[in-house]
Design a protein around this ligand. Structure first.
Ligand code: G3P
Length: 219
């Protein structure tokens, strides 16, 4: 079954009570895809307690228990009911040292990790940290209507090859502008295990239709 990671970002329709409602809607499609809401840290408990889906955080910091005011702690993410975290999203970029340490902290806490990479070169570097997933997302296509699988299929295939060369156990995901079943099917054809979608669902007028359309790409 393909992975559909849904990044709620800080969209109004993906925040607080709306995040919970959207996650409930996503859960109604769980027979057709492995659906993973990726939500703001403050909404993790609200969402994770409401749906039988695996939930991811959008970010965390490479810290341990102690004096770290305002930081996001791996153990707190876990206790809130999430099973994993995203790191180094294009909208929250960090250097490799940060990503390496945060990945270690996440694993110590028993969290799964998805690292985001903007290029095949970065994907190869991040693969050395043995995350569970690497999401390949060209930043310039994020939020647009032209998908990565249409505009930059070579970025996906090069990343798939680079990541497999380092660690074939890492699942490759792709995102940026993914809006249709054709985009999803093309990503799977290029060797991905799933897609990472935000605006195509969270900002869609008819969210149910948008989810149905995307999921059709896994069949
Ligand atoms: O995290 C996924 C995201 O960056 C892609 O955004 O709006 O292009 O689906 P979007």
């Amino acid at each position: 079954m393909g992975y559909l990671f849904v990044n709620f970002k800080t969209y109004e329709s993906g925040t607080g009570k709306n995040a919970q409602s959207l996650a409930k809607l996503l859960a109604t499609f769980s027979a057709d895809a492995q659906i993973i809401p990726v939500v703001q840290a403050v909404d993790l408990r609200l969402v994770a307690s409401a749906v039988p889906l695996d939930v991811f955080a959008q970010h965390m910091d490479p810290i341990s228990f102690g004096s770290n005011t305002g930081a996001v702690l791996a153990q707190a993410i876990k206790q809130a009911g999430a099973i994993g975290t995203v790191l180094n999203h294009a909208e929250n970029k960090r250097d490799n040292e940060f990503v390496k340490l945060a990945t270690m902290r996440a694993k110590e806490a028993g969290l799964k990790v998805m690292l985001c990479a903007e290029t095949p070169k970065r994907a190869k570097e991040l693969a050395a940290f043995s995350p569970d997933f690497i999401a390949v997302e060209p930043p310039e296509l994020i939020g647009g209507n032209v998908s990565v699988s249409t505009a930059k299929p070579q970025v996906i295939s090069k990343s798939v090859d680079a990541i497999r060369g380092v660690n074939p156990k890492i699942k490759v995901i792709t995102g940026a502008g993914v809006k249709t079943s054709v985009d999803v099917a093309a990503a799977m054809e290029l060797g991905c295990s799933g897609v990472f979608v935000a605006s195509g669902i969270v900002a869609a007028k008819d969210k149910e239709a948008a989810i149905r359309e995307l999921i059709a790409g896994f069949k």
